[in-house]
Design a protein around this ligand. Structure first.
Ligand code: SF4
Length: 433
């Protein structure tokens, strides 16, 4: 068997590097994504792939055999020498993007350079992955559509190099030339700052990411950095969860460590925390999957959502809102007397629903059948709120005073330092290095 160095699809450097890693005298072989090379007693080698098996190979024979499996060689070269970073969120995320196993590497497994355990799930086989990467493998991450694909062959880089694209999921079918092109991660900062109405986005994981842009042909590093800029800390927390190492801070412990004007949020009743989660953390409001509960062993009834990446603790936006709710929940309930027709009562419900679902802008002025229609609301106000109120307190409703600040809570948010950014305690570094 002789080496086939004229195979243009396989750069000799990739074979040389692989041979060096597998045949160094202090190496016991190599095992990676279905490619296995072992040093046998007597100085020969065995080579196993998903489709073939060779034994008693000389080094020259081994080299020739490697030229027969270019995808496995370039795959090894890309992951081990281009991406590298074994055991990092960056590498795991890139592998997840193309359907590869995440390589549950550990100190135990990384010894002797043998790579992952042979019994590990290798994810989608390399040959199948390469076929998919020819046209692009697409994943969703919050509102992002992520595509991994094989780069066109570039002299000096060799086959097997991946490039990555990022765009909004709603732009999935929009031709690239109709989108605003970006090619550097820092340009994502501008994209995430405001929503489509140019309002500041205090919560970066709110499903309000603007459309109309794309990043194309990014390197792995720039791709990961772009995703980190759009959704800070999500890759790191997802990775910790994959490894079973996500450290969740539940509501009560987060609330109890608040200080200053937020010191009161641990007084929010247990049932109100359910309402907080339902108001803020469901999929329609945040693309993270809420993993925090009321406290360890006391789960909230509200569904945590289906997001790909987890939320490990109540964020600043929720904490700031909870402060307001803590003050409001300290008020006593009263009995009120209102005079409304059945339709007017139903209309109040429709108005609350429309505001809660953020659809007031969608209600046309001419649609007077919608209770949240602006003219309908103005009519109700003119008819029922002449004195500025919808009703009056029922006489003799003793013991129900309206002391907003009876609890001593100052109800001013102006000093808020909780602007909704991801908590500083969140993991916004992937600790790659
Ligand atoms: S607490 Fe987590 S899930 Fe809830 S809104 Fe904040 S980031 Fe989203």
């Amino acid at each position: 068997m002789s080496a086939q160095r004229d195979d243009e699809s396989l750069p000799p450097a990739a074979v040389d590097n692989l041979l060096e890693a597998a045949t160094a005298h202090d190496s016991s072989g190599l095992l990676f994504d279905g490619l296995a090379i072992h040093q046998d007693d007597g100085g020969t080698y065995s080579l196993e792939t998903p489709d073939s098996s060779h034994e008693d190979l000389s080094r020259t024979d081994l080299e020739a055999a490697l030229y027969e499996v270019p995808a496995l060689v370039t795959n090894w070269h890309f992951w081990e020498l281009v991406v590298a970073g074994q055991g990092t969120p960056r590498r795991a995320f890139l592998r997840w993007c193309e359907g590869a196993s995440l390589e549950p590497e550990s100190d135990d497994e990384s010894d002797a350079g043998t790579g992952p355990d042979p019994d590990d799930d290798h994810g989608t086989p390399v040959a199948e992955r390469y076929r998919a990467l020819e046209t692009g493998v697409t994943r969703h991450w919050g509102e992002l559509e992520l595509t991994a694909r094989l780069a066109p062959d570039v002299e000096g880089h060799g086959q097997g190099r991946r490039v990555y694209d990022v765009r909004h999921v709603e732009d999935a079918d929009v031709p690239a030339h109709e989108l605003e092109g970006h090619d550097h991660p820092h340009e994502a900062r501008e994209i995430v700052t405001t929503d489509e109405k140019d309002r500041y986005r205090p919560l970066k994981t709110a499903p309000t990411l603007v459309t109309g842009w794309h990043f194309e042909g990014l390197s792995g590093d720039d791709f990961v950095e772009t995703v980190r800029t759009i959704y800070p800390a999500t890759i790191a927390n997802w990775y910790r969860e994959q490894r079973g190492e996500l450290d969740v801070d539940h509501w009560l412990e987060t609330a109890e460590r608040q200080t200053g004007i937020y010191d009161i949020v641990d007084e929010l009743p247990r049932e109100a925390v359910e309402w907080v989660a339902e108001a803020c953390c469901v999929d329609s409001q945040c693309v993270k999957r809420r993993e925090w509960q009321y406290e360890d062993g006391d789960e909230l009834a509200v569904d945590g959502g289906d997001g790909v990446f987890p939320c490990r603790e109540p964020c600043s936006l929720v904490t700031a809102a909870a402060r307001r709710w803590t003050v409001l929940e300290s008020e006593d309930e009263k009995t009120w007397h209102l005079e409304l027709t059945t339709s007017e009562m139903n209309q109040l419900v429709e108005i609350v629903d429309a505001v809660a679902e953020g659809r007031t802008d969608e209600i046309r002025e001419a649609d007077v059948y919608d209770g949240a229609n602006r003219y309908r609301a103005r009519y109700l106000r003119a008819k029922r709120m002449g004195d500025g109120s919808l009703g009056h307190e029922v006489e003799g409703d003793a013991g129900h005073d309206d002391h907003d600040s009876e609890s001593g809570h100052d109800d001013h948010d102006s000093e808020s330092d909780h602007d909704g950014h991801d908590s500083e305690r969140d993991h916004d570094s992937d600790d790659d290095h």
